[in-house]
Design a protein around this ligand. Sequence first.
Ligand code: NAD
Length: 332
Amino acid sequence: MSQSINTNDLQAGVVGLGLMGCSITACLLLAGHPVVAVAPVPDDLKHAEDRITEHLRKSREEGLVKNPPEYYLSQVTITEDYNQLKDCSLVIECTIENISIKKSVYDKIERVISKDTLLTSNTSAIPISILQKQTLHPERFFGLHWTEPSHTTRFLEVICGDASDVSKAEFLYELSHQWGKEPILVRKDIRGFITNRLMYAMYREAFYLVENGYATVEDVDRSCRNNAGYFMTLAGPFRWMDLTGVPAYHTVMKDLFPTLNNDTSVPKLIDDIVKNGGRGVANAQGFHQYTEEEAKLWEETFKEFTYEIRKLALKYPADVVKKKLDKKNNLV
Ligand SMILES: NC(=O)c1ccc[n+]([C@@H]2O[C@H](COP(=O)([O-])OP(=O)(O)OC[C@H]3O[C@@H](n4cnc5c(N)ncnc54)[C@H](O)[C@@H]3O)[C@@H](O)[C@H]2O)c1
């Protein structure tokens, strides 16, 4: 590892205890870190402990860990007091996607932490080079982009901004293996990082197909689930092309690429939903129609699915073939 931190007892801080802050806290606790979880708004205190406990309970029920929630909860301090972050070697900011709010949070964090502490943001889309300009020590600032639910998914992007010290990012990259991640190191800042650039290209095309009458929302969803959905836990686009024959893709690209949508405006379909207050299953108002009960059941079904897909994913790590070869050659 490129940084001299004892990772076994590394104390981590999470600031912002909404949806993601709670699952990130659970992930760090399950990995054995003591965690200081800071609530920047009093509302967080109403739900944070219950949400974290529920993640820990379910993780035990699903066999991810052997210990009961109390074992991990003894390692977490949930507080409104930023001073409690003073001994943390790593702090993860997880507040709403708003630069001035994030800056006000960094001011409070940096008043307390030591200058060696790594400061990171779970921002979905704000460039790290912009966020790090809001801090006193931009070289120790990185994006740590998780995906929900953070304690079961193996996705994590470690992102450098223009002023980041790449060796510290390499340390975070190594460390995150202990959190059950198969991380991605983004060495140069780019808007949307890696995953959102890929996903938003798909979202844009999905809107194009629906808005122009080629298919319904239901059909587009079914197409993704039953095509990409069948291989993407094992293979990314490049492995997929290798598996299914590269020349065919070469041929199709020539004719298909010029016809793909490259509109730069926000599609009307999503604009209308958001302007009418739609948030998706959270308030039963999204692209699909839901009764309150159906929306709640979708939320529960998604939760159930994340544990199921995790079991399958664990059987197929990135080095699955190397492991098979090692076994065949009696190297393990
Ligand atoms: N939801 C996702 O799937 C997802 C995925 C990747 C990244 N992210 C990013 O993670 C961050 C948090 O997202 P979330 O989904 O947990 O959101 P959330 O709405 O559940 O939580 C937001 C949190 O922001 C904090 N907050 C709200 N108002 C504040 C204020 N005025 N001052 C200080 N703090 C305030 C609170 O702690 C609140 O709980 C965002 O940057 C988001 O883009 C979210």
